[in-house]
Write a protein that binds this ligand. Structure first.
Ligand SMILES: Cc1ncc(COP(=O)(O)O)c(C=O)c1O
Length: 371
């Protein structure tokens, strides 16, 4: 019935849905494999710290009441951690949930949202869902965002620029001076700068500027953070943003009131305190990343520099290689999923997972005649 097709919003007709990394269970079912390794969604593979585990278990047994929609304790804990006011914190179901509601809160039909590409595809999806027109500014040949290009792309219709820092899928970050330059230019154009710092906790470079510092100086940027990466809580769906109060107030009018679960709230409050755990995961990730990178380079595979828990490999026949790895029980992300053909994105996993990945890749490359 054609009229049903015509009900779809016109701006969604050509929009490609998000392509998630395959879940382990799906690969096990489809390929009849027992031992499947997932290195496709940049999760933290190590176990949770004991206090967080306990908080999750306790919350899971106490579910007859709705969760606190005001996220009172979590907002206070986040505000304390960053030296901001609880009225400058908004909580949501991961960065994803925060983004959808944030764009609903600031976008009028036809407003523009600017971002570099390739980047995390959720910006395009969530901004379009809110009625925005997306303006994409290609990365340079060095895979870095074109800072002047981003600022120059803003018109009177532009509500926001989104910057993923460090960027998924490149693993590279815009350094302090460029970030300050961009934020000043956008402020003078009265355009909001939204910085997604999902991987910030993995960065150990002095040229990285923590966006919350920028927020404290300017008060006019939005900083997105998530518990899905280094905190190890991807399955609980919880994230937050530090934002100017007028934006937090608008966000409160459109966000899903009870979407963040009791277990998510309880776990996040405790997780924020686990500084030693976070440093330990960062150290382990960097050590595993360096070992894996070295092994790949010894095989003649090109791995670019990264400041995150994933690596970007430049290689021909990347789709074929990813398919072959999948059949061997290793899930990685083909570059064709994120606009970079001839690339593969691989998450840093546990020691044995990384070793299996390297050994299997060696076998697959030999079989496919790729060097
Ligand atoms: C750039 C970026 N932002 C945010 C996220 C996390 O999203 P969420 O907090 O919704 O799990 C990811 C996960 O892949 C990501 O790559």
């Amino acid at each position: 019935m054609a009229w049903l097709d015509r009900l779809t919003r016109k701006s969604l007709v050509d929009l490609e849905a998000y392509r998630p990394g395959k879940p382990i269970g799906e690969v096990q079912r489809e390929l009849g494999l027992d031992n499947v390794v997932r290195l496709s969604s940049n999760e933290n593979p190590w176990p949770l710290p004991e206090p967080v585990r306990e908080a999750v278990l306790n919350a899971a047994l106490d579910v007859s009441r709705y969760p606190d929609p005001a996220a009172y304790h979590l907002k206070r804990a986040i505000a304390r951690k960053w030296g901001v006011s609880p009225s400058e914190v908004m909580v949501g179901t991961g960065t994803e949930g925060v983004l959808y509601s944030l764009f609903q809160a600031i976008i009028d039909e036809g407003d523009e949202v600017v971002f570099p590409v390739p980047t995390y595809s959720l910006y395009r999806l969530s901004a379009t869902a809110a009625g925005a027109v997306c303006i994409e500014v290609p990365l340079g040949e060095d895979l870095m965002p074109n800072i002047q290009g981003l600022a120059d792309s803003c018109t009177t219709k532009t509500k926001a620029v989104v910057l993923c820092n460090p960027n998924n899928p490149t693993g590279l970050f815009v350094a302090r001076d460029d970030l300050i330059k961009l934020s000043n230019q956008l402020e003078s154009k009265q355009t909001l700068l939204i910085i997604d710092e999902a991987y910030a906790e993995y960065v150990s470079d002095p040229f990285y500027l923590n966006g919350v510092d920028l927020f404290r100086q300017l008060g006019t940027v939005v900083i997105l953070r998530t518990f899905s990466k280094i905190y190890g809580l991807a399955g609980l769906r919880i994230g937050y943003a530090i934002a100017p109060k007028p934006i937090v107030d608008s966000y409160a009018k459109v966000r899903r009131v009870f979407s963040v679960t009791q277990a998510g709230l309880a776990a996040a409050v405790v997780a924020l305190d686990q500084q030693d755990y976070i440093l330990n995961i960062r150290e382990k990730t960097i050590s595993e990343r360096e070992k894996t990178t070295k092994a790949l380079k010894e095989m003649g595979v090109k791995v670019s520099q990264t400041h995150t828990n994933f690596m970007l490999i430049k290689i021909e026949k990347s789709d074929l290689i990813c398919d072959a790895l999948l059949k061997e029980g290793i899930i990685v992300r083909p570059g064709s999923d994120f606009g970079m053909s001839n690339h593969i994105r691989v998450t840093v996993g546990l020691k044995e997972e990384n070793e299996r990945f390297v050994a299997t890749l060696r076998k697959v490359l030999r079989r496919l005649g790729v060097r």
